[in-house]
Design a protein around this ligand. Structure first.
Ligand code: PGA
Length: 257
């Protein structure tokens, strides 16, 4: 973390978990566990149907609300999709774009990710853009080249004004939901690479101000060490975000001196 230059964000990704009827209790429990004075912004990215109640109860617990996806299209005949304008209408702040599960199971490509990022930014939503390599790509020494491509593709056409609203999350696929966290050094190295790509595209000042998260089996045990790294500005947390005690412990790790 580097609080002097950029915001620290601890974002939970509920994935396809938590019923609308469970949101209130979760928010109230988390509120009692996390102290008021905090240096990081806490976000929960909830399923679409949880968002209306999330806007009420999570906000009351001082938690920002995000979605996990949105359509790249503004409106129209796209059965089953949810538009960015619908999210904005609810006053949702963040939206995860290009999570590896979306890429793997729902056919999202770097080009659709780019369209979604631009659509989100045009509506004033803050995208949390996910990038990350598979185990095989890492083995073959392709991590840096892949990350370079994914970041450039996601940000193609994003203006200097808009980039200030973008959060990037490095999520190695091999670490997601597996219990195999990247070591703090591995994660920091890729986050540093991402920052240098942003520096090349938008300059040093912007790169220094960009929040770059790590995600992949982050939990209450490893959070402290990961967050102590200079280029890891927070976490995108799946499994551990579902349990208030664990999520609160990660938030507290982000409040370390
Ligand atoms: P995990 O998921 O923390 O359960 O590994 C992270 C993510 O997919 O965002």
């Amino acid at each position: 973390m580097n609080r002097k230059y950029r915001k620290t964000i601890i974002a939970g990704n509920f994935k396809m978990n938590k019923l609308p009827s469970e949101i209130r209790a979760f928010a109230e429990e988390l509120k009692t566990l996390v102290p008021r004075a905090r240096w990081c912004e806490t976000v929960i990215c909830a399923p679409f149907v949880d968002l209306p109640l999330g806007m009420k109860y999570l906000k009351e617990a001082r938690i920002s609300v995000g979605a996990q996806n949105m359509s790249e299209h503004p409106k129209g005949a796209y059965t089953g999709e949810v538009s960015g304008e619908m999210l904005r209408d609810l006053k949702v702040k963040y939206v995860i774009i290009g999570h590896s599960e979306r890429r793997q199971y729902f056919g999202e490509t770097d080009l659709t990710v780019n369209e979604k990022v631009k659509a989100a930014l045009e509506l004033g939503l803050q995208p949390i853009v996910c990038v990350g390599e598979s185990a095989r790509q890492r083995e073959l020494g392709l991590t840096e080249a892949l990350i370079n491509y994914q970041v450039r593709a996601a940000l193609a056409g994003v203006t200097e004004e808009q980039i200030r609203k973008v959060v990037i999350a490095y999520e190695p696929i091999w670490a997601i939901g597996t219990g195999n966290t990247a070591t703090a050094e591995q994660a920091n190295e890729v986050n540093r690479t991402i920052r240098s790509i942003i520096r090349g595209l938008y300059g040093a000042r912007t790169a220094r101000a960009t929040t770059i998260l790590y995600g992949g089996s982050m939990n209450e045990k490893n959070a402290y060490e990961l967050l102590a790294q200079p280029d890891i500005d927070g976490g995108l947390i799946g499994g551990a975000s579902l349990v208030p005690e664990k999520f609160a412990a990660i938030i507290n790790a982000a409040n370390q001196e």
